[in-house]
Each structure stands twice: as structure tokens, then as C-alpha cells.
Ligand binder design. Structure first.
Ligand SMILES: [Zn+2]
Ligand SMILES: [Zn+2]
Length: 104
């Protein structure tokens, strides 16, 4: 049995919820503490784009692929975990999709 926290009277069941007939308080409706959305902070700093994701808009660079020897790769910059760390440059071979990074 539930009681209204304000009026301390018995809550009445009203269309599936427990409701105070006096003040209109509804049990469990509005959670005063919004659920904390815990952002999963990935420790993985090596972010790899999904296959072909945004590739068309990404700049390319003349660089030799370590994997297949092709001389063109798309590249992008990514700030890793902390701002103190240098920005990491990533390359992905346009031919074999091999992805590697450069700590320049
Ligand atoms: Zn009430
Ligand atoms: Zn390659």
C-alpha cells in the first residue's frame, strides 16, 4: 500500500498508476532525479571509421601503405582522451582499407 508523500493519504489506482485523489500526485511518474546517462567512455583511442564511412569527403594524402604498398590514403585527425595528448593522425589506405596512425 502506497501513500501520498504530501498528503499522507492512500493512493488510489487510476488508469494503471497510483494517484492521490487529493493533490493529484502520481506515484512513480515524474522521477525528480533524472537518470544519469553514463557515457561509456571508451578507453580505445584508436577510432576507426566504419567501412567507407565518410570516405568521399575525407582528404587523401600521398603516403605509402604499410600493408599493400599503395600510395594513396585518406587521413583524419583525432583528439585522443585528454587534451594534453597530441592529436593523432590516422591514415587509411584507399585500396586495402588498412588503417594506421601517426604520432607526429
Ligand atoms: Zn496528495
Ligand atoms: Zn593498402
Amino acid at each position: 500500500m502506497k501513500f501520498c508523500p504530501k498528503c499522507e493519504i492512500k493512493l488510489k489506482k487510476d488508469s494503471g498508476v497510483l494517484k492521490c485523489s487529493k493533490c493529484g500526485y502520481v506515484e512513480g511518474e515524474a522521477d525528480p532525479q533524472p537518470k544519469k546517462v553514463i557515457q561509456e567512455k571508451s578507453d580505445e583511442s584508436f577510432h576507426v571509421f566504419a567501412e567507407n564511412e565518410g570516405e568521399e569527403t575525407m582528404p587523401t594524402i600521398k603516403i605509402e601503405c604499410e600493408s599493400c604498398g599503395h600510395d594513396e590514403a585518406v587521413w583524419w585527425m583525432l583528439q585522443t582522451r585528454s587534451a594534453d595528448e597530441p592529436t593523432t593522425q590516422f591514415y587509411r589506405c584507399v585500396k586495402c582499407k588498412n588503417t594506421w596512425r601517426n604520432y607526429a
